[in-house]
Design a protein around this ligand. Structure first.
Ligand SMILES: Cc1ncc(COP(=O)(O)O)c(C=O)c1O
Length: 385
C-alpha cells in the first residue's frame, strides 16, 4: 500500500544529505569540541561552521545562536532566562492563549513562582491583535512571547508589528518560530525580535536539536549550569552530529525556501478547495491566507476526528487531530477553542501538514479517499440523528 505522510507539523523525515553530513561526526570526527587536541578541533570546526549556517537561515550573527536540545528547551530558556534576568525590573509576561505547551506550561510554572502572566485572546482566525499587546503592557512587563505561526491551524502572526511596539517600550520580544523557520522566509532583523526558538526536526533535520536566537545585548540568565559550552549560555557537551545535521537541513531549506513555499501554497489551495467542496458541513480552521503554506486544518461536523485519523491510517494516510502532544487528550485542542470553535466542531478537526516529499498525486489521493470515509462515519454517527 502506498503510504502518504501528511503530519509534517509533528515531525519531518531526515533528508539523506543530512544523514550523510552527520555520519562522520559519529565515527572519525567524534571528538569533544572542548578538547584542545586535533580530534576536539575537528568537532569544534564542525560546530562553528554549523553555527554560521543556521545563523544565515534567520539572518542572525553566529554569536547570537545558542544550540539547545530542541524547540521546547529554546522556549523554556527564553522565558525562564529573561524572567530570571529581570528580577529588578518586574515580573509580568505577555503571551497568547494559542501558544504551544512549551510556552504555556513554562508560563504556568513561572506563575507559581510569582510571575504575573497575561494570556492574550485571538480572533476567529487565530490572530493576535497588536493593539492588545500594547494595551497589556505595564511598567512591570519584562517579556512578550507570541508564536510566529501556530502549529495546529497555521495562522501567521503580525510579528514585525508587535515587535515595533515592544521595541518602542524597551521590552524583549520572544517568538516561537518552530513552525516557520525553514518553511517561510524568517529574518530576525526584519521581524525585529530579540529571541527566537527553532527546532531542527521540523525542517527535515534530526530530533533533539534546536536553537535559541538571542539578540546581542538581550539580558538572559542561563538555566543549564555546568561547563562553559555555548559561551557559558548552555552547559553540556555539544550534540555535534545533531548540530551538523541541523545545519545541513538549514542550508538545504534556505536554498529551496521560496520555491517550496510556492509549491506547497498551491497544493494547500488544491486540498482546501477539494475538501470544502467534496465534503458537506466542512469548514476551514485558521486564517484563509495568512497561514503556513503546508497547513490545512478542517472540521467536518457530526464525526470524531480520531475515527477519521484511524480510517485514514488504514488507507495509508497519516494526518493528525491537532498537535501530536495533545492527540491523546480527550479535551479538544486549546487552540481551536480559543478561535471560538464550538467543542463539537473542535472534536472533528483534522490537520494535514505537507512537506518536501508531498506530491499533487498524494493530495488527490486524500481527496479521493476522505469523502467516502466521512460519509461512512456519518452514516453511523449518533450526532447526525
Ligand atoms: C510551535 C511549537 N513550539 C515548540 C515545539 C517543541 O519543539 P521540540 O519538539 O523540538 O521540543 C513544537 C513541536 O511540536 C511546536 O510545534
Amino acid at each position: 500500500m502506498q503510504r502518504i505522510y501528511l503530519d509534517h507539523a509533528a515531525t519531518t523525515p531526515v533528508r539523506p544529505e543530512v544523514v550523510e553530513a552527520m555520519i562522520p561526526y559519529f565515527t572519525e570526527r567524534f571528538g569533544n569540541p572542548s578538547s584542545i587536541h586535533s580530534f576536539g578541533q575537528e568537532a569544534r570546526a564542525g560546530v562553528d561552521e554549523a553555527r554560521d549556517q543556521v545563523a544565515a537561515l534567520i539572518g542572525a550573527r553566529s554569536d547570537e545562536i545558542v544550540f539547545t536540545s530542541g524547540g521546547t528547551e529554546a522556549d523554556n530558556y527564553a522565558i525562564k532566562g529573561v524572567f530570571a534576568a529581570s528580577e529588578q525590573k518586574g515580573d509580568h509576561i505577555i503571551t497568547s492563549v494559542i501558544e504551544h505547551h512549551a510556552v504555556l506550561e513554562t508560563c504556568k510554572f513561572l506563575q507559581k513562582r510569582g510571575a504575573e502572566v497575561t494570556y492574550l485572546p485571538v480572533d476567529r482566525y487565530g490572530m493576535v491583535n497588536p493593539d492588545d499587546v500594547r494595551k497589556a503592557i505595564t511598567p512591570k512587563t519584562i517579556l512578550v512571547s507570541i508564536m510566529h505561526a501556530n502549529n495546529e491551524v497555521g495562522t501567521i502572526q503580525p510579528i514585525a508589528e508587535i515587535a515595533g511596539i515592544t521595541r518602542e517600550k524597551g521590552i524583549p520580544f520572544h517568538t516561537d518560530a518552530v513552525q516557520t523557520v525553514g518553511h517561510i522566509p524568517v529574518n530576525v532583523n526584519e521581524l525585529g525580535v530579540d529571541l527566537l526558538a527553532v527546532s531542527a526536526h521540523k525542517l527535515n533535520g534530526p530530533k533533539g536539536i534546536g536553537m535559541l536566537y538571542v539578540r546581542k545585548g538581550t539580558k538572559i540568565v542561563s538555566f543549564m549550569h555546568g561547563g562553559e559550552q555555548e559561551r557559558r549560555r548552555r552547559a553540556s557537551t555539544e550534540n555535534v552530529p545533531g548540530i551538523v545535521g541541523f545545519a545541513k537541513a538549514a542550508e538545504l531549506a534556505r536554498a529551496e525556501l521560496v520555491s517550496e513555499a510556492a509549491r506547497l501554497t498551491s497544493l494547500r489551495a488544491r486540498l482546501i478547495e477539494g475538501l470544502l467542496s467534496g465534503i458537506d458541513h466542512s469548514n476551514l480552521n485558521g486564517h484563509p491566507t495568512q497561514r503556513l503554506p503546508n497547513n490545512v486544518n478542517v472540521s467536518m461536523d457530526f464525526i470524531e476526528g480520531e475515527s477519521v485519523i484511524i480510517n485514514l491510517d488504514l488507507a495509508g494516510i497519516a494526518a493528525s487531530t491537532g498537535s501530536a502532544c495533545s492527540s491523546a487528550d480527550a479535551e479538544p485542542s486549546h487552540v481551536l477553542l480559543a478561535l471560538g470553535i464550538p467543542r463539537e466542531r473542535a472534536h472533528c478537526s483534522i490537520r494535514f501538514s505537507m512537506g518536501r516529499e508531498t506530491t499533487r498525486a498524494e493530495i488527490d489521493r486524500v481527496l479521493e479517499v476522505l469523502p467516502p470515509i466521512v460519509a461512512r462515519l456519518r452514516a453511523m454517527s449518533p450526532l447526525l440523528k
